[in-house]
Design a binder for this molecule. Structure first.
Ligand code: 13P
Ligand code: SF4
Length: 377
């Protein structure tokens, strides 16, 4: 089998999916927090029920303070599906805002305050690449019924592709249920794009012997025939924030705090999840700290803003970042600057819609099928 070459694909693997990047006008760049808060509150007062703000758990304090709902990817997609506001302002990254646009009604508009909030992991599995790899793997195993599952952290065209092949979307809170659904429909799973979430989910289902990692463009990697022998095929994507955590960090925190409990996100490497006391989505991390007894110590292995929120929200619990100052913030999430929030709200008052996320109609219906399958499992 000849290895695939990237040059075979006429795909533009650009960092930003949307090319209508609107930069913040200069007059919004230097607002101080007091003035900004006053202006955001005034704008929200004027816009009333026309606007709902959804904030992911990794957003900055100045964004979550203004959010009507704060949550993980799954909770926010549920909220988007139930929202009846004319404008859904998404404090999150592009793939989350796309999902909100797919799920909301046609007369609702989704706004991502800054178009630069693009998750690098979502860019690691472009639909055109996956389509080419799919042809390879289905040729290599013509008898197999492979069901593609894409993590929410992917673009709408990949979600649409998965639906077209009988697959679905999952988030970190329901990946195990998506796998179960897929194995009821078929006999193999292609999981995209996060190999760590895929591996951790396979372990949760006692299917760790069935996994194989696949990078179709790696000339030293496995060919499609070898890959197709396994039941769970993991695309070679990962999150740069969560890959940084190591078992050493857990050892160190336990050495420094002998009563420390450790919870990590399932985007972390397998060995980190294994060494931790618990793993779960950002909502599970929040619930764990909410339910902790006063005085308990919890070290958290995820994006640093969530750890800081939990320190503020639960001063009765000793909440620590798992790797101290080295714990990273997510550069994509950080692009949602509160000055941008002020700008998009004030523009709405003037009747101008800025940074609208609009999924192409030809992708929307199919991507919705993949999201609806997730919401039903
Ligand atoms: P959650 O679904 O757990 O909120 O995670 C989203 C994410 O991007 C984690 O990096
Ligand atoms: Fe993407 Fe990782 Fe940021 Fe989540 S934390 S949005 S997966 S880069």
């Amino acid at each position: 089998m000849v290895k695939m070459e990237t040059a075979e694909l006429e795909t533009d693997l650009s960092l930003f999916k949307y090319d209508n990047l609107e930069q913040l006008p200069t007059r919004y760049r230097e607002l101080d927090e007091a003035e900004r808060t006053e202006r955001i509150e005034a704008a929200l007062g004027e816009l009333g029920d026309d606007v709902v703000i959804l904030g992911h758990n990794y957003q900055r304090r100045e964004i979550v303070e203004h959010a009507d709902f704060i949550g993980d990817s799954y909770q926010l997609s549920k909220q988007a599906s139930e929202a009846d506001a004319k404008y859904v302002i998404f404090g999150g990254v592009t793939f989350m805002a796309e999902s909100a646009d797919i799920i909301t009604a046609d007369d609702q508009t989704v706004i991502l305050p800054s178009m630069e909030a693009s998750c690098p992991m979502a860019g690691m599995a472009e639909a055109l690449q996956v389509d080419a790899a799919w042809a390879e793997i289905t040729d290599a195993a013509p008898e197999a019924n492979i069901v593609p599952i894409t993590y929410m952290n992917s673009y709408a065209d990949l979600k649409a592709f998965c639906a077209s092949q009988g697959g679905l979307v999952c988030t970190s809170s329901n990946a195990h249920r998506a796998f179960e659904y897929a194995f009821e429909q078929g006999d193999k799973v292609l999981f995209l794009p996060d190999k760590h979430l895929g591996e951790n989910t396979a372990h949760r289902l006692d299917m760790e012997d069935e996994i194989v990692e696949w990078d179709p463009w790696d000339s030293d990697g496995k060919d499609a025939e070898t890959v197709a022998e396994q039941d769970i095929i993991l695309w070679d994507g990962y999150c740069q924030v969560h890959e940084r955590f190591r078992p050493d960090h857990i050892e160190q925190i336990r050495a420094d705090h002998e009563d420390a409990n450790v919870i990590v996100h399932p985007e972390c490497r397998r060995e980190v999840v294994e060494a931790a006391d618990k793993a779960g989505s950002t909502a599970t991390i929040c619930e764990t700290i909410e339910n902790a007894a006063p005085g308990e110590t919890w070290a958290i292995g995820t994006e640093i803003h969530l750890t800081k929120h939990l320190q503020r929200w639960h001063p009765e619990v000793n909440v620590l970042p798992l790797c101290g100052d080295a714990c990273m913030d997510c550069n994509a999430m950080r692009q949602i600057d509160p000055n941008y929030l002020t700008w998009v709200l004030e523009e709405l008052i003037e009747g101008r819609e800025r940074n609208v996320i609009e999924v192409a109609p030809e992708e929307k219906d199919l991507a919705k099928v993949a999201l609806d399958r997730m919401l039903e499992i």
